[in-house]
Design a protein around this ligand. Structure first.
Ligand code: BES
Ligand code: MN
Ligand code: ZN
Length: 494
């Protein structure tokens, strides 16, 4: 999809369809008024006759109107103007794209009528781009038959008074590409999307960009490094584990890097502590953390951000097998700390801990890991907010600001010593799973044992937001928007 903008006069815009918001209670926006005047009061009449009320969710497609250079006008109800928010904007964009995608090549969305405090017109443009992209995205790689109605829409133009529209569209187009890339990777079925596949994707990405380098650590390499966590979880699968390292140098040589770590469990059966079969297929999304790291790195490189960035992806398949790790096993992690496995389904933390210890070698400015780590986090926060765990208030502030700016929401959760005893082990340094209660927090506490307390580190539990389950299931590309916003903000500080 091509995204453009226009600030031409509404009546001068040449396009296959113009989309105009209509608010409820008869409040005509500036654009609705222009249209009303140009058309000889068509809108006033529709409202007067009770054919249109402007309630949210309502829409009406009109054929060409005299005085306009478009063949269609789509009216979309937007509710009370005083209560207009980003969810309403999303509904507006969704209605526009879904109604017109099969008939129009180009459409123009009038978004300059919208005001969402305290945000700017550029922010509304940014969010409109994200919403339109979300509705337009399709994953059709494995459909042998094309759908009867073909999508013909190829360009969405925004009628906006945003001050930096050109720049906003440029930045967001790269961000959107990265989000779609993350979705494409995460949506792969697990017979294709194996650890080897993630290695291949990382290598392809590095090949395209000369300032991006990749190192693939295979089983031999991991054994030499004594990465007992990654090797232990990976040993039950015929798809061998890897640790992928991506290095982007956009900053000065001596500038401490930001390290992103992503959980790359390409399929999580639970292992010997096997999961129930219902919805087990959704566990192909257990590598959404890894896919988000790939997307964020891609965006940083393409935006040419003046930062140094490392992406680390421990990737395994968690399978039950004669060679699998067992409940009761003790693994020695890369850090030297020993882990008593009490549940092979708590595998994410066991691979992440090795990657987090490994991150130390880069002397990072900041480490951020992201993982579909616990069902408990979904119970706590649902699918709306990612769980944010960090001991470092300034990092929490920076990430929560980026979350608010991108509307890729995150909510801070506790990370404190009082939760530690839940994972105390009688015979090893720690267990990998504890009681049911506070499961997202104790998982974060497990990871916390592998990072120096002085190191700025944050953990994002994205088990809820990373994908939608059930019918129409698919990766959402979260939290790529949050990460890109965070990295852009860090770049601006340099
Ligand atoms: N990948 C799962 C977490 C998960 C659950 C993600 C539901 C998305 C939706 C993780 O590996 C897991 O199985 N966690 C266990 C931990 C428990 C055994 C301590 C869980 O959440 O039940
Ligand atoms: Mn698991
Ligand atoms: Zn998992």
């Amino acid at each position: 999809m091509k995204f453009t903008f226009t600030s031409n006069k509404l009546t001068q815009i040449k396009t296959d369809a113009i989309v105009i918001p209509i608010f409820s209670k008869g409040t005509l926006s500036a654009n609705a008024q222009t249209l009303d005047t140009a058309s000889g009061k068509v809108i006033t009449q529709l409202i007067k006759q009770g054919d249109f009320h402007g309630t949210a969710g309502e829409s009406l497609l009109l054929p060409t109107i005299a005085g306009l250079r478009t063949s269609r006008v789509l009216l979309v109800g937007c509710g009370d103007i005083a209560e207009f928010n980003n969810q309403c904007l999303e509904k507006f964009c969704t209605a526009a794209v879904n109604t017109l995608k099969n008939t129009c090549k180009t459409v123009c969305l009038a978004i300059d009528d919208f005001h969402i405090k305290p945000h700017t017109a550029d922010w509304i443009l940014e969010q409109s781009l994200l919403h339109c992209n979300r509705v337009s995205y399709e994953f059709t790689a494995y459909k042998s038959k094309k759908t009867p109605l073909k999508t013909v829409l190829s360009e969405i133009s925004f009628y906006t008074d945003a001050k930096h529209a050109q720049q906003t569209i440029k930045t967001m187009s790269i961000t959107i590409d990265a989000i779609n890339f993350t979705k494409d990777v995460a949506n792969q079925p697990c017979n294709i999307g194996t650890p080897d596949y993630l290695v291949q994707i990382a290598k392809e990405l590095a090949k395209k960009h000369s300032d991006l380098a990749v190192t693939d650590m295979d089983v031999k390499h991991l054994k030499r490094l004594k990465m007992g966590g990654i090797l232990g979880v990976g040993q039950g699968s015929s798809n061998p584990p890897h640790l992928i390292e991506l290095r982007y140098r956009g900053g000065k040589a001596n500038q401490a890097p930001i390290v992103l770590v992503g959980k790359g469990v390409t399929f999580d059966t639970g292992g010997i502590s096997i999961k129930p079969s219902s919805s087990m297929e959704d566990m192909k999304f257990d590598m959404c953390g890894a896919a988000s790291v790939l997307g964020a790195v891609k965006a940083a490189v393409e935006l040419k951000l003046p930062i140094n960035l490392i992406g680390l992806i421990p990737t395994v398949e968690n399978m039950p097998d004669g060679n699998s790790y067992r409940p009761g096993d003790i693994l020695t992690s890369y850090s030297g700390q020993t882990i008593e496995i009490t549940n092979t389904d708590a595998e994410g933390r066991v691979i992440l801990c090795d990657a987090l210890s490994y991150a130390k070698k880069f002397k990072p400015n900041v480490i951020i890991d992201m993982a579909t780590l616990t069902g408990a986090c979904v119970v706590a926060l649902g699918t709306i907010n990612s769980g944010l765990f960090t001991r470092h208030d300034h990092l929490a502030h920076d990430l929560l600001s980026a979350a608010a700016q991108s509307d890729d929401k995150a909510w801070r959760m506790p990370l404190e010593d009082a939760y530690y005893p839940d994972l105390d082990s009688d015979i090893a340094d720690m267990k990998n799973s504890g009681s049911r209660w506070g499961g997202a927090i104790t998982a974060a506490c497990f990871l916390d044992r592998f990072v120096d307390k002085t190191q700025a580190w944050a953990h994002l539990d994205i088990a809820g937001p990373a994908y939608t389950a059930g019918k129409g299931a698919g990766a959402t590309g979260r939290p790529v928007a949050l990460l890109v916003q965070y990295l852009r903000n860090q770049s601006a500080k340099k």
